[in-house]
Design a protein around this ligand. Structure first.
Ligand SMILES: NC(=O)c1ccc[n+]([C@@H]2O[C@H](COP(=O)([O-])OP(=O)(O)OC[C@H]3O[C@@H](n4cnc5c(N)ncnc54)[C@H](OP(=O)(O)O)[C@@H]3O)[C@@H](O)[C@H]2O)c1
Length: 292
């Protein structure tokens, strides 16, 4: 065993899509005894060839290991349903993207069956698993995290957020929201530039440094948001910015680009303007999002 490998420990992975396969692979590479189950059993073949053990059923995957990771696209509760006795005493790590109400219900149901529940949000793509760029958010049972953290460290950097099981799921969705905002904005921008002849590659040297420069505004935004003071030292007031936002929407219409991605921010900016905050920084749009 190399110095980076863990003491062999039994761990099960339920769900062998792109992500579950990456998680199982790194657990094999770091010396664990890995049992796998997938609804479509053929997806396990490559992992079996690398030393994973096949569980014929979900019950077997639960019975084989104390720590059971689930990484599905959906249907986590349905997959675990009817396995009450097999779940008792286990640590269930749910690495499936989900909604807070689903997470709370699952955590409560598993807790009442005598299992410890950890919810996880994977902030990485499958090729990033096992590299320093991957980070995974966890919340739920602190004892379970403590006991499983050596195994879980194989996936990337672990961030344990607290006992409330929904903390990881909501933070995961929040980070994805930032990502989809960025990607959606990039796609809209590239469609707009494309309408006057730029290829995406030609536009990239303009949009990439622009986004990187705008990212530096986030600490100032965070301070304004936490203090609720969007009026101090205003450099780019909302009145001015809302004209630019409406120009984007109007230009998109006239250039044949669907403005649907930009319309919500135009609506929120106008709501904030109508509330009398035109001379504030645009960070104040968060108050309109919060229904204020
Ligand atoms: N891929 C990424 O970049 C990425 C990044 C971060 C987080 N994640 C999260 O990781 C999770 C898995 O994503 P993935 O990329 O691995 O998805 P995927 O490649 O589409 O695989 C989906 C997995 O879910 C299983 N599944 C779907 N519906 C099921 C059901 N009703 N009953 C039992 N199994 C079911 C599939 O089984 P079959 O093989 O039988 O269809 C497969 O194992 C998701 O929650 C996703 O948000 C993914």
């Amino acid at each position: 065993m190399s110095e980076h490998e863990l003491e062999p420990k039994a761990i099960s992975i339920i769900g062998l899509g792109a992500m579950g396969t990456a998680l199982a692979s790194i657990l094999i590479d770091t010396g664990n005894t890995v049992t796998v189950w997938n609804r479509t059993s053929a997806r396990a073949e490559a992992l079996l060839a690398r030393g994973a053990r096949r569980a014929a059923t979900v019950a077997e995957a639960l019975a084989t290991s104390d720590v059971v990771n689930l990484c599905l696209y959906a249907a986590v509760d349905a997959t675990l349903a009817g396995h009450g006795a097999a779940i008792t005493g286990k640590t269930i790590v749910n690495l499936t993207n989900g909604r807070p109400d689903e997470v709370r219900a699952l955590s409560t149901a598993l807790g009442s069956q005598g299992a410890r529940y950890l919810d996880g949000g994977i902030m990485a793509t499958p090729p990033m698993i096992g590299t320093p760029h991957a980070f995974i958010l966890y919340s739920g049972s602190a004892d379970a995290f403590e006991d499983a953290k050596e195994q879980l460290a194989a996936f990337g950097q672990s961030h344990y957020l607290g006992e409330d099981p929904v903390l990881a799921a909501v933070s995961d969705l929040a980070l994805l929201s930032a990502m989809y905002g960025l990607f959606g904005g990039y796609l809209h921008a590239t469609a707009l530039a494309g309408s006057v002849g730029f290829t995406a590659k030609e536009f990239l040297p303009l949009v990439e440094p622009w986004l990187a420069a705008m990212m530096t505004a986030l600490p100032d935004y965070a301070e304004r948001i936490d203090s609720g003071d969007h009026a101090r030292d205003v450099m780019s007031n909302l009145q001015m910015q809302s004209v630019a936002i409406s120009n984007i929407v109007a230009a998109s219409h006239s250039l044949g680009i669907d403005p649907a991605f930009m319309e919500p921010i135009e609506r929120l900016a106008k709501k904030r303007l109508a509330a009398g905050f035109g001379s504030d920084e645009a960070s104040g749009i968060i108050e309109a999002m919060r229904g204020k």
